[in-house]
Design a protein around this ligand. Structure first.
Ligand SMILES: *Cc1c(COP(=O)(O)O)cnc(C)c1O
Length: 380
């Protein structure tokens, strides 16, 4: 028996077909003016993104990782500073503090929403203070998989311990909390437009959002080698962190269909919730929020069941992914920087989690096929 054609985990070709004419027009304009870096599209995009998020300032940059780095450079985060972040996230969140000489302090996550656990965060800050070796400077709230972290709690903790708040929005651009688009919850918000994110470019790109004019000015300087009012005045050590006009053109075009894509992802998530809620553990919703559904992750009973179901789905042409098979404190690069605190939820979730396809170009038949395959595989 020949298996049916595999369903794509992400279908950038189908998405491209929906915006083809507008995309070509915008790319042709860039080819006409030849201002390939920080061209007019970049400024237009920054305004459109700021409006979309309701943020005062948007500064576009070259990637989500560079956005995090610029946010931390602007606060002079470095040697001796503790930066608190979840152990269950993408590597970039921990990499940036280390690159700047600071120390990541790993915090466990909530077992149902997978977001950083505020109670454990408080305990970790108190532990660092009691040890007296590092200075607590910043917390990075990662909005994981499309949903927001618990920003009201994180903001209270940051006030109490005088920490800078950084929102790693790389996976959740387009999500909201209490009816407000994400982008204004923290002192600095860093997002990514890597092609597979909720809003993706055709290469690397990212952005910073802030309500502070001073911070926005610093970000603009830092992304261009620390330049001052004139190009050859160097005020501070910066980096090359600028966005390409071609990426801005792609993002402007994709932004025109982004709201309907978010609605399509939400529709699919609801079907998964209904069809699979009694079969596997479907993702818990963060209260009073909406998800950008970059990732729809289910939990299985244990690692053996997860691997078995993943293999069975693959045989049915249903691709899956594991975000993340290892929490960061268990990574070879980071374990030496970990103080040894127990992070049992991150370790448990890494064993049992599995992401199903969720993108706006899945057809109803695809979604039905995925649900059927999960139901069948879970009964084997
Ligand atoms: C993708 C991602 C980043 C990094 O973004 P890039 O644009 O790939 O540099 C940072 N944090 C999280 C949580 C991410 O998922």
């Amino acid at each position: 028996m020949t298996a049916a054609k595999p369903i794509p985990f992400l279908d950038l070709k189908a998405q491209q077909a929906r915006i083809a004419a507008d995309l070509r027009r915008r790319l042709d304009t860039v080819l006409e003016h030849c201002q390939f870096i920080l061209g007019p599209e970049v400024r237009e995009l920054e305004e459109a993104l700021a409006t979309f998020c309701g943020a005062k300032h948007c500064v576009s940059v070259s990637s989500g990782t560079d956005a995090l780095q610029i946010a931390m450079m602007a606060e002079n985060i470095g040697r001796g500073d503790a930066v608190f972040l979840p152990a269950f996230t993408y590597t970039a969140t921990a990499e940036v503090p280390l690159v700047l000489g600071a120390t990541p302090v790993f915090v466990d996550v909530d077992p149902r929403t997978f977001q950083i656990d505020p109670a454990h965060l408080t305990a970790r800050i108190e532990q660092v203070l009691a040890e007296g070796k590092l200075r607590p400077r910043a917390l990075i709230g990662v909005d994981l998989f499309g949903q927001p972290a618990d920003w009201p709690a994180l903001t209270d903790i940051a006030r109490r311990f005088n920490l800078i708040t950084i929102d790693d929005l790389a996976q959740s651009f387009g999500g909201s909390l209490h009816g407000v688009m994400l982008g204004t919850q923290a002192d600095a918000t860093a997002t990514s437009f890597f092609p597979s994110k909720s809003l993706g470019a055709y290469g690397d790109a990212g952005a910073l959002f802030t309500e502070s004019a001073e911070r926005a000015e610093l970000y603009r300087s830092l992304r261009t080698h620390g330049e001052g009012k004139t190009r050859y005045e160097v005020l501070r050590t910066g980096m090359n962190g600028r966005m390409d006009s071609i990426q801005a053109a792609v993002l402007l075009s994709k932004l025109t269909v982004f709201p309907e894509e978010l609605r399509a992802r939400e529709r699919i998530a609801r079907i998964y919730d209904q069809r699979l809620g009694n079969v596997v553990t479907t993702p818990a919703r963060v209260p009073d929020s909406s998800s950008a559904w970059a990732i729809y992750a289910i939990l299985l009973k244990d690692g053996t069941e997860r691997d078995r179901i993943q293999a069975a789905l693959k045989d049915e042409g249903v691709p899956t992914a594991i975000y993340y098979p290892r929490p960061l404190h268990r990574q070879p690069a980071y374990q030496g920087h970990h103080d040894g605190a127990a992070l049992p939820v991150s370790e448990d979730v890494a064993q049992r989690i599995l992401a199903l396809p969720i993108h706006p170009d899945l057809t109803e038949a695809d979604v039905e096929r995925i649900c059927q395959a999960v139901v069948t595989a879970s009964r084997l």
